[in-house]
Ligand binder design. Structure first.
Ligand SMILES: [Mn+2]
Length: 355
């Protein structure tokens, strides 16, 4: 992974180095998980600095760069950049705090610090194209979430609360190998399901409710993300119609996305179906987002995106319709973009389930 960044740095010219501090980026480049550390990369060198809590594990596990024990942080960074003959330092503008920036400026005499989005964009581009082992980690995490979904279908019945459903999903995923939760699990029912990111409450499930569950877990630092909406007892014609519309929109997107398609059009494959059905005003978010070492990463299937889908991107496809004071429906799979289409990484039923 570091080699790819080194190549991009050398393409920028002589004397470029990058300072990487965001935990998920350190993990991405070194494959080493730590709450603290600094990674310095030039076109031909890479040095990872970490403190005494991590040094032994880092020395054992990191194979693609030098590992050094952290001393006086900023003078040490300046010293290493000097060894690298760094003239221009790129930093993660979206991640660096003002105080870190000030500390850095205080020790760097002949080095400019680029505070624009150059490094963030380089890293986003690298991270968005997945290697096979990264795909495998996402799939492993997804398989655990699918088992949790199967389990929860047995658990849901009138009388259980949204919080209990969310906790049951969480416990199942963690009990079955998940390293953590991709995000706070969403389980919302009835009128609450009209809030796309509603928080599970003490509301009890009743017959005639839709329940939307959005959840995922983590394997080797890689996230999964899925959403299913199920009904309990019965579903009205309106509920069935909305469900059907969301499913068609999702399927149309999955059927048409591939490498070379713009993310705008990717979004439109789902949105156009919902617009045509008259529910356009109730689809209030973008169609999908990248998934990897972060739950939300580059690229986005969004009307606001200027990106083009590439082979190796993993994106969610998750259209929804949310009718205030009534109900909401969202269906979400993860798709691996290929030359000719996409491979659906999600393996769970999507026809309307009425429990
Ligand atoms: Mn998602």
């Amino acid at each position: 992974m570091i080699k790819n960044l080194q190549k991009l740095l050398s393409e920028k010219g002589l004397g470029y180095s990058a300072l990487i501090i965001a935990p998920e980026n350190r993990k991405y480049f070194t494959d080493f998980d730590s709450s603290d550390g600094f990674l310095l990369v030039s076109s031909d060198r890479a040095v990872f600095i970490t403190d005494g809590r991590y040094i032994e594990a880092a020395e054992k596990q990191i194979s693609n760069c030098e590992v050094r024990l952290q001393g006086k942080t900023y003078p040490q960074i300046a010293e290493i950049l000097n060894e690298m003959n760094c003239k221009h330092l790129l930093v993660e503008a979206t991640r660096m705090t003002v105080s870190t920036y000030n500390s850095l400026k205080g020790v760097l005499k002949n080095t400019s610090v680029a505070t624009d989005s150059t490094l963030d964009m380089l890293i986003n581009t690298l991270r968005s194209v997945k290697y096979e082992n990264e795909v495998e980690n996402v799939v492993k995490a997804q398989r655990i979430a699918e088992a949790a979904f199967k389990h929860i279908l047995e658990f849901i019945k009138p009388g259980v609360t949204e919080k209990e459903i969310a906790l049951e999903l969480d416990f199942f995923m963690l009990r079955n190998g998940g390293e953590g939760l991709s995000f706070e699990t969403i389980a919302v029912s009835g009128k609450n399901s009209s809030m796309p990111h509603g928080v599970p409450s003490d509301k009890r499930i009743e017959n005639g409710d839709f329940i939307t569950m959005d959840f995922g877990t983590i394997i080797n630092g890689y996230h999964s993300d899925m959403t299913r909406t199920v009904a309990v007892g019965f579903a009205t014609d309106e509920m069935k119609n909305v469900y059907d519309t969301v499913l068609k929109a999702q399927q149309n997107c999955l059927d048409n996305i591939k490498a070379g398609i713009s993310c705008k059009n990717g979004d439109m494959f789902a949105r156009s179906i919902i617009n045509d059905s008259g529910y356009g005003q109730y689809f209030t978010h973008s169609t999908g987002h990248g998934v990897g070492v972060e739950i939300h990463e580059f690229p986005n299937l969004s009307p606001a995106s200027d990106s083009i889908l590439k082979t190796g991107n993993i994106v969610t496809v998750e259209p929804g319709i949310y009718i205030p004071e009534k109900f909401g429906v969202r269906i979400e799979d993860m798709a691996l973009i290929t030359e000719s289409g996409c491979r659906n990484l999600t393996n769970a039923p999507k026809e309307l389930i009425i429990l």
